[in-house]
Design a protein around this ligand. Sequence first.
Ligand code: PLP
Length: 423
Amino acid sequence: MENELALLGGSKTIDKPINRYNSIGAEEMEAAKSVVESGILSRFLGCWDEDFYGGDKVREFEEAWRTYFNVKHAVSVNSNTSGLIAAIGALGIEPGDEVIVSPWTMCATATSILIWNAIPIFADIESETFNLDPNSIRRCITPNTKAIIVTDIFGHAARLDEIMEIAREYGLSVIEDAAQAPGARYGKRFVGTVADIGVFSLNYHKHIHTGEGGMCVTENDSLAERLQLIRNHAEAVVEDKGVTNLSNMIGFNFRLGEIEAAIGIEQLKKLDGQLDSIICRANSLTQGLEGLRGLRTPRVMDGCTHVYYVYPLVYDAKATAVSRKRLLEALRSEGLRIGGGYQNLHLLPLFQRKTAYGTRGFPWKFFDPEEKISYAKTICPVAEELHDHTFLVLPMCLFDYSNNDVELIIKAFRKVWRNLDSL
Ligand SMILES: Cc1ncc(COP(=O)(O)O)c(C=O)c1O
């Protein structure tokens, strides 16, 4: 029975639930408690005052982040989504401007563009790392293009140097959405620190977290100031602060609380340890899955480290004559948590129907009345093929895999591969 597939009546390889990952411990409890005891849960004021920059813990967390990532400015926010919105605004993106973005990222990467009434343009990805393909970016550039948001998807850097080179050639700004890649290396630099502004997520299913939260980083003084203004009611602050560039000085409340910041300080101390263990587990998986016909384990580009927010695989059904759907059924029956496909943001109803604000097609109808901008299925063939047919994904950050769990995952794969003929 052990050799027979669970799908066909055999016993399951993984028959116990895998523990959820929990990085919150005594240090975070103590940090949160001391904030509660102080009675100061936030100290932001939405006016030009010494509390405009927030309380002690927010400032300490930003300083710790700045030091760890070796950047000039770190500006905390209450989510990566808020950080992306602040970043687009800070760059001075105008309504109707086009911003190039990947279809393989979380929806907020694209909707942050729409918040400023600018237009997301989806470039295709490359199949090696699932990041934006520089050649496809080039093909998407028009006279209206003003910026690129490049996501370092799944924990591996995009081709950042090439993308920055294109940006320089065309005078475009670049935002790095490094939500899934804190601590990943790109040569000597950290992922998230290469573009004009980088944005990290601190939501609960990331490598380190504060429940909800985010951090923007930049080397540019003026961008840092604009991020701080948009984070905290810019419109009420600019006059007293003497800010004269009023473009996009409509602020939000994107402020991080003191409890979250205090937890973030402790979490950041744990980042190196978390990365070591996640990379170690991913490497064991790669070793154990090597040589399975038609299965491609994650690629790591020269000079990069992969921090495996998830563990991405590519499956070639032609090599096995078993469809991805059937393979997934077999793997899931063995007790494996595994997904097929990822996002294709251009296919969301929002873009298919071009309905964002109200019901009259704003902003597309207003800025693109001839409907030159297309979100048709076909505009991103590599992303679409991967999503529809070949991509597989194992969660990593969500679970606390023991060595035994990793062995069982490998065992489940190997069992399914030994029995491909029976599927
Ligand atoms: C690539 C990417 N961008 C943006 C976000 C949004 O992050 P947050 O939940 O902190 O707003 C996520 C969250 O999963 C993400 O993975």
